[in-house]
Ligand binder design. Structure first.
Ligand SMILES: CC/C=C\C/C=C\C/C=C\C/C=C\C=C\C(=O)SCCNC(=O)CCNC(=O)[C@H](O)C(C)(C)COP(=O)(O)OP(=O)(O)OC[C@H]1O[C@@H](n2cnc3c(N)ncnc32)[C@H](O)[C@@H]1OP(=O)(O)O
Ligand SMILES: Cc1cc2nc3c(=O)[nH]c(=O)nc-3n(C[C@H](O)[C@H](O)[C@H](O)COP(=O)(O)OP(=O)(O)OC[C@H]3O[C@@H](n4cnc5c(N)ncnc54)[C@H](O)[C@@H]3O)c2cc1C
Length: 670
């Protein structure tokens, strides 16, 4: 037991940088670090937030436990008079999916984004005080991705000054909204607006669905839970629901009217803001999900890294720091490093791009408030593309981390199966990842076509202004060290991205219609979008390194992580880089040499780099990822806690095992 604890202490002593300073870089600022650290400890020390029994709870118990915790969170927020920032950290560290995620994450933002000032004044205080609980009811049984295809109708009745909300078909049933099945009292419902016999497409409406007195569904409302989802624990603590309307009436002023409105006379009036603002809540949440991806991936990486330093298999016996013969730590296998270290680098890369995306979103909101809509298309493309890129990589990365932990990774007590099950739907919700990449490629094709008209590309597409240079340039790498030059890396990624996009744009002209071309070339368009999004992540990591980074050795570690992130992408997408001529086969081989050397450089720092995430054992929820590395005794202890071990002879022995054994005995006697 002692020896395992020694392993991590020894690992920590090898770090070549200040972990405390890195914690601040990871958190984003000293203030963010201090607040999140304080709230993380508060949650970890409160038995009311215990979560280690989640995997063995039945669906009903799990759901009730999530309700209890959500109510307790609200109680603590009020008792401690927490600020909005502290409250959101508290919800985050409690780490239990419940209706509150959708209420705060989507219902409230949808009202803020799509309701008029007057409507906000009426509804936000109720929502902010949790006097009403809301959900975001967009997706239907028949349509999720194709929002324009939604079927629920909201027909204006001029006589009564009301909208009639109706589900005309089975496929128009709302399906999936979180918190809807059993909890929400209200919903922002997306429905086709019909007035004067004309269909004006999908708009948002605020609809009460349950009584505030007895919680029964209101007349005309049919609502329930859609059933168990993948994995134990995970998303089963939340009531994703279905919802059907049978001519439910709501007052006209419950249409969210910032983007357009219907007058008392039933006239449809558009405002001066773009209709895409109706989708504003999705832009907001996608930006949050990018930050979420770095957190989910970093949790898994923290577990796999600590465990890989504790776990020993094979190898010529080494002498440990006490002079005793020991086997090889699995983290010292080059294959383990080549699977794990790029994930560690990705966690940092996603953290920084998430930070930048948050800035982009804040900037967008300020511009929108000043009636400047010019950056909306780019913000949509960036949030959609980065949501797709980071969630796909994080979901794959979590799965890889579980395999990196061998058999023990498959145990619930490793924390990895539940983390995977809880995170993998992020590849689907808030937009299927492929559908979102196709949005990015549409934006890229538009940007390329505008180059010919002399329009200067801005922001993340600014590199496209140098199209002629990037199409012709040759990578200058001659030796492995040249790959450490950020401008060399950047140019290789820019060349690959623009060459893939330009090839798509040229190929599109060969089809009879753009629609046909888009459909036929969609796999290529997706690759071009991925290349563009990876370039954004790479460039934001490089920009981060150009900032004033304080702390002993911190910048050097980040440089190594950035090198690993970029060189590993080159290695994984070599086909793209070679086929576009962005680098040569010889340069590819030098990139691999440099990547190997970066792994060796990082090795002694990896435990400290995951410590810098500052995750408590409570939040990690993993026996394998414990801070003290005391894995084996705790695994044994956890095994004893399984309900099957409550009795020595299992339930069912007398009915099913004993008769069998006895029968065999009789047969043998015969
Ligand atoms: C609560 C969360 C907090 C933290 C997360 C933590 C835990 C998570 C817990 C639970 C999960 C939470 C909630 C999940 C919620 C949901 O899933 S809600 C449902 C989300 N649904 C989608 O994302 C649907 C995806 N589909 C679409 O976005 C669109 O319909 C489409 C694919 C864009 C449609 O394409 P279409 O070709 O039909 O385009 P149009 O509708 O005609 O659009 C025209 C132009 O508008 C541009 N556009 C599209 N979307 C946006 C946008 N959001 N913002 C700005 N602009 C947009 C589009 O590009 C077109 O532009 P053009 O090319 O210039 O014409
Ligand atoms: C856990 C979870 C929580 C959710 N919470 C909510 C919520 O709170 N509120 C809400 O309204 N919704 C919610 N959703 C629904 C979610 O937003 C949708 O499931 C998502 O947008 C994907 O839509 P879909 O299910 O229609 O997938 P589909 O579009 O049917 O996707 C099926 C397949 O078709 C492919 N595909 C679809 N269109 C195209 C295309 N044009 N080109 C190429 N390929 C295509 C996709 O890539 C995918 O492989 C949730 C979903 C999940 C899983």
């Amino acid at each position: 037991m002692e020896r395992i604890m020694d392993h991590l202490a020894h690992e920590r002593s090898k770090a070549q940088f200040s972990v405390e300073e890195m914690k601040i870089i990871w958190a984003g600022s000293l203030h963010a670090f201090q607040v999140s650290d304080r709230i993380a400890r508060l949650v970890a020390s409160d038995p009311g937030f215990r979560k280690d029994n989640r995997a063995v709870l039945s669906r009903k118990e799990l759901f009730k436990s999530a309700l209890r915790k959500a109510a307790y969170v609200w109680k603590r927020i009020n008792e401690l008079a927490l600020s909005e920032e502290e409250a959101s950290w508290l919800r985050f560290y409690v780490d239990e999916l419940a209706y509150a995620y959708i209420h705060w994450g989507m219902f409230v933002p949808a009202i803020k984004g799509s309701a008029t000032e007057e409507q906000q004044q009426k509804w936000l205080p109720l929502a902010n005080n949790m006097q009403i609980i809301g959900t975001y009811a967009q997706t239907e049984l028949g349509h999720g991705s194709n929002v324009r295809g939604l079927e629920t109708t909201a027909t204006f009745d001029q006589e009564t000054d009301e909208f009639i909300i109706h589900s005309p078909t089975l496929t128009s049933s709302k399906w999936w909204p979180g918190g809807l099945g059993k909890v929400a009292t209200h919903a922002v419902v997306y429905a086709r607006l019909i007035t004067d016999g004309q269909d004006y497409g999908v708009h948002g409406f605020l609809v009460q669905i349950r009584s505030l007195d007895d919680h029964f569904p209101l007349p005309g409302v049919t609502v329930g839970d859609i059933g168990m989802k993948f994995g134990s624990g995970a998303f089963n603590s939340i009531d994703n629901g279905f919802l059907r309307f049978n001519h439910v009436r709501i007052p006209r002023n419950q249409m969210l009217m910032k983007v357009s409105r219907v007058t008392r006379q039933g006239k449809y009036v558009e405002s001066n803001v773009p209709k895409q603002l109706l989708y504003g809540a999705m832009v907001y949440v996608r930006q949050i999900i990018v930050a979420d991806a770095s957190i989910a991936l970093s949790r898994a990486v923290c577990i796999a890294t600590r465990y890989s330093a504790v776990r020993r298999q094979f190898g010529p016996p080494h002498e440990d720091e006490n002079g005793k013969g020991v086997e090889t730590q699995v983290i010292d296998y080059k294959t383990q490093q080549s699977r794990l270290f790029p994930l560690l680098a990705s966690a940092y890369a996603f953290r920084f791009v998430g930070e930048w995306l948050k800035w982009l979103y804040t900037d967008l909101i300020q511009k929108l408030e000043a009636n400047d809509f010019s950056t909306l298309p780019e913000a949509h493309a960036c949030t959609a593309g980065l949501k797709s890129l980071t969630t796909s990589a994080a979901a794959d990365g979590i799965k890889e981390c579980w395999k990196l932990c061998g058999g023990h990774g498959y145990l619930s007590s490793s924390g990895l199966p539940e983390l995977y099950a809880a995170f993998v739907p992020a590849c689907t919700y808030e937009g299927d990842n492929i559908v979102l990449l196709l949005q990015v490629s549409r934006f890229l094709m538009k940007t390329i076509s505008q180059l010919q008209t002399g329009k200067k590309p801005i922001g993340t597409t600014a590199y496209m202004a140098h199209v002629e240079h990037l199409i012709q340039c040759r990578c200058t790498v001659q030796k492995a060290e040249d790959w450490l030059n950020p401008s060399v890396i950047l140019e290789a990624f820019e060349a690959r991205a623009i060459r893939l996009s330009v090839a798509c744009a040229e190929n599109l002209t060969k089809f009879a219609t753009p629609l046909q071309g888009f459909s036929e070339l969609s796999p290529d368009l997706v690759e071009a979008a991925v290349a563009h999004c990876q370039l954004i992540v790479v460039s934001k990591f490089i920009e981060k390194l150009q900032q004033n980074i304080e702390g002993n050795g911190v910048k050097q570690q980040l440089e190594t992580l950035c090198n690993i992130y970029c060189l590993n992408l080159i290695h994984k997408h070599l086909g793209d880089f070679l086929s576009t001529g962005s680098i040569s086969p010889k340069q590819a081989s030098l990139a691999s040499d440099q990547l190997r050397s970066r792994y060796s450089k990082l090795r002694s720092n990896v435990i400290a780099l995951v410590d810098a995430f500052n995750y408590t054992d409570h939040f990690l929820g993993s026996v394998l990822g414990r801070y003290d590395g005391n894995v084996y005794p705790k695994l044994y202890e956890e095994a004893w806690k399984d309900p099957l071990n409550d009795s020595i002879v299992p339930d069912g022995y007398h009915e099913y095992i004993q008769p069998l054994l006895k029968q065999q005995l009789q047969n043998a006697r015969l």
